[in-house]
Design a protein around this ligand. Structure first.
Ligand code: SF4
Length: 761
């Protein structure tokens, strides 16, 4: 890949550090611009007052931040409006569009240009002779899928991928179909993002989820925010932070190689008085800028500091909690003693004093939350790092009480619900047997393939049919060229989508695009307009009800598409697919039988804000083999790059949601008109003879010795620690080696890639 593809002539891009509060007027003007650009002023304003409203509104298709408890009229953010207006656009990608453009031509378009064509309007099938997508009837599309799936020598030669937007009800039917068909090949975006969080939390406290909720965020005395670009990827967090500072002097520590705007000040737009008086609230008490991979060292340092303070102040550790609820304390103490401050400083690139300052903020806080996102989980030692976070929480009993606990931040609106409702390639026996008993099927017990292994299986021909439920697999995954080859190696690729994207133009021998209803659209079924549910980062399950007429009369709901495929593939299936499609309450009744925690689902989900899934760990009942919360004692790994090399992390810009790119700008990082860039430390640039915006070639080095390169990117001087660099996904996913996945989480290491940078004129 070369940078010149979507690069404007040099003077047309720029970078100037951003010194304004997060959100504030910048966000307000941006929302105005987006509404105008998408021609959705009226619908957009209607959406602003409907979005994220308990039981009468639709759930934002963006991140998974929970809905406000204070009855906020405008419970939205700038990026939420971008996501929604992008879906509500008046633009259409219809049969005329496809008749004008060959797939080969579309392959040369940028991700922005593809999606900016607007909403898909009817099912399309790829015609290899004409190299065009052409209309196909739904019945014929289902027949084509059914024929392929029935023709496979084994159900495990098919794969059913999910992106984190799929509702709980559609998720449940999707996994039910895959398992009735005979496979656990259910990879999902979580395999690339949150596997580390689930595995670490399960090992430490017996649950795969965080234990706090929004009320805890509003009552905590200290909140640590690790590896999160909150103002872009979960913007409503800013309200919780700013309100906490204003209402009860909340202490906030941001830990991130980049000082993102949420780690400065913010004005939350619904605070009209603050807006008109430009009164910004500081949303950080302390910023720590470790090198990439230095998070575990910081947590180990904070623990070490607590042990040292305990010698003189016994309140530094909650020994009552430790003795009553934990195991492994002495072993962990020994591990901390064995870790020197020199090694902690080396691995974190911070001074002991900086870490002790964070430790003191933590020690002084009666109740504290530690939150994290991909900046931590997409690391090689993500599981050990998250277990170290839990260690620190256990030392002061910060779990299972108000204002305290671990909180992984989910970047996709229902990624947590997907896992809860069955999207898991390696489901526990207890989950399968309960689901089988409720649904009258016999699920396969052989574990399926996760995302990385699905790519390899498609590449080797072991998997011949790929079904993508939402998302943009071709762009979201690592090792772009290998993924492209893998998808092209399939007999059939099918994508259920709302808009055209790269996965449609990187396709199998046969290919289908199946357009579905959006989250904002009315889902009319036999029993009337239907609601679906989602589960947010804090285990709250609530309803989402569309409000707009569908973008086309030919769209089907995700549930109807799954049912159509299922009936075509399994004509004798005893599962009442058609009834389920006609009335989603029937699906929820079945989920109430099949899933723990969903009892009386239909009744409870209709309560204002829905209900919180119960969680044993939140009640200090740890479902671990020891029946206690377990300290972990992992050795601090050496994550420093060899001389001359850098560690690169991929990231999203502010004008982007996952692989959906809204523009080439990144307001909060001061970037205009450029995506083919690499943020670098000034001294690292000097060392390589680089000036601002010099052209560079970037090469990555995989553990198996293979290399991957991109050319003609631009070096951009930025406040980032020595030895570290950052650039945008999906453009830099091509550098992420498929084989370099974490042995702890099986996640591809999208934020820990060994690279070399060479400049050229
Ligand atoms: S914070 Fe997340 S869920 Fe909320 S409106 Fe913004 S993008 Fe949507």
């Amino acid at each position: 890949m070369t940078g010149s593809e979507n690069e404007k002539t040099p003077q047309k891009f720029s970078q100037k550090d951003y010194h304004h509060p997060a959100a504030a007027w910048g966000a307000a003007f941006s929302v105005g611009r987006v509404l105008v650009e998408q021609g959705a002023i009226v619908d957009g304003v209607r959406a602003i007052f409907k979005m994220n409203h308990e039981n009468s509104g639709f759930d934002c298709p963006g991140c998974a931040w929970p809905d406000d408890r204070k009855g906020l009229r405008m419970d939205i953010c700038e990026n939420g409006i971008k996501h929604v207006t992008w879906e509500m656009t008046k633009k259409r990608t219809d049969r005329e569009f496809f008749s004008r453009h060959t797939v080969t031509e579309l392959l040369g378009w940028s991700d922005f240009e593809l999606e900016n064509q607007g909403r898909l309007t009817e099912p399309m099938v790829y015609n290899a002779t004409t190299d065009h997508y052409e209309p196909i009837a739904w019945s014929a599309a289902f027949e084509l899928i059914g024929r392929h799936l029935r023709s496979l020598s084994s159900p495990n030669r098919a794969s059913f991928y999910t992106s984190g937007r799929l509702s709980n009800e559609a998720t449940f039917l999707y996994q039910l179909f895959a398992r009735e068909y005979g496979t656990n090949n259910l990879p999902d975006c979580s395999n690339m993002c949150h596997e580390a969080s689930g595995r670490a939390l399960a090992a430490s406290i017996g649950t795969g989820k965080g234990t706090v909720d929004l009320v805890d965020w509003q009552t905590a005395d200290a909140i640590f925010v690790m590896g999160v670009n909150a103002a872009t990827n979960t913007p409503r967090m800013l309200s919780a932070l700013a309100d906490g500072v204003k209402e009860h002097n909340l202490k906030i520590v941001h830990i991130n190689p980049l000082i993102e705007v949420a780690a400065t000040t913010a004005i939350t737009p619904h605070e009209i008085l603050d807006m008109v008086t430009f009164r910004a609230t500081p949303t950080s008490s302390l910023n720590l800028q470790p090198r990439i991979g230095g998070d575990m060292a910081i947590m180990r340092g904070i623990a070490k500091y607590l042990f040292e303070k305990f010698e003189t102040d016994k309140s530094s550790l909650n020994m009552d909690f430790i003795e009553k609820y934990t195991s492994g304390f002495e072993e962990y103490r020994a591990a901390c003693d064995a870790t020197s401050w020199e090694e902690i400083e080396r691995q974190s690139a911070l001074s002991a004093d900086q870490i002790k300052a964070a430790g003191e903020i933590y020690r002084q806080a009666p109740a504290a939350i530690i939150s994290w996102c991909l900046g931590v989980s997409q690391q090689e030692y993500g599981v050990d790092t998250i277990r170290e976070i839990v260690n620190v929480l256990l030392l002061r009993g910060n779990i299972g009480r108000p204002g305290a606990g671990p909180c992984p931040i989910r970047g996709h609106s229902n990624v947590q619900g997907n896992r809860t409702c069955g999207i898991h390639h390696a489901p526990p026996e207890s989950w399968l047997s309960k689901m089988d008993a409720a649904c009258g099927i016999k699920s396969p017990r052989q574990h399926g393939l996760d995302t990385v292994r699905t790519i390899e299986a498609m590449h080797s021909g072991e998997v011949e049919v790929f079904f993508g439920m939402g998302g943009n697999f071709a762009s979201a995954t690592p090792d772009r060229d290998r993924t492209f080859e893998a998808l092209r190696n399939c007999k059939l690729t099918v994508h259920v989508s709302t808009k055209l994207n790269r996965s449609h133009v990187v396709h199998g021998k046969e290919a289908l695009i199946l357009p579905c209803l959006g989250r904002t659209e009315i889902d009319q079924q036999a029993a009337g307009p239907q609601a679906v549910s989602v589960e947010d980062s804090m285990s709250m399950v609530h309803l989402s009800v569309g409000m707009n007429e569908p973008a086309s009369p030919h769209l089907l709901s995700e549930l109807a598409i799954i049912a159509g495929m299922a009936r075509s593939t399994l004509p004798q299936s005893p599962t009442p697919w058609e009834q389920y499609t006609g009335n989603y309450d029937l699906v929820r009744d079945k989920m109430a039988e099949a899933l723990s925690g969903f009892e009386n689902f239909n009744e409870r989900v209709r309560k204002p804000l829905g209900f919180r899934l119960s969680q044993a760990a939140r009640e200090l009942d740890f479902e671990t083999p020891s029946k206690r919360a377990n300290f972990s004692t992992a050795t601090l790994p050496d994550t420093l790059p060899p001389p001359g090399k850098l560690i690169m992390s991929t990231m999203r810009s502010h004008d982007q949601f996952n692989t959906t790119v809204y523009s080439d700008n990144d307001r909060y990082r001061g970037v205009k008109g450029l995506r083919t860039l690499l943020l670098m430390n000034e001294a690292d640039m000097k060392e390589r003879g680089l000036e601002q915006f010099d052209l560079i070639d970037i090469t990555s080095f995989a553990k198996d010795g293979s290399t991957r390169s991109v050319k003609d990117f631009r070096a951009v001087k930025y406040n980032i620690p020595r030895g570290c660099a950052s650039g945008y996904m999906p453009e830099l996913n091509v550098l992420c080696p498929i084989g370099d996945f974490s042995a702890q989480s099986d996640q591809p290491m999208m934020k820990q890639v060994l690279i070399e940078v060479i400049g050229h004129k």
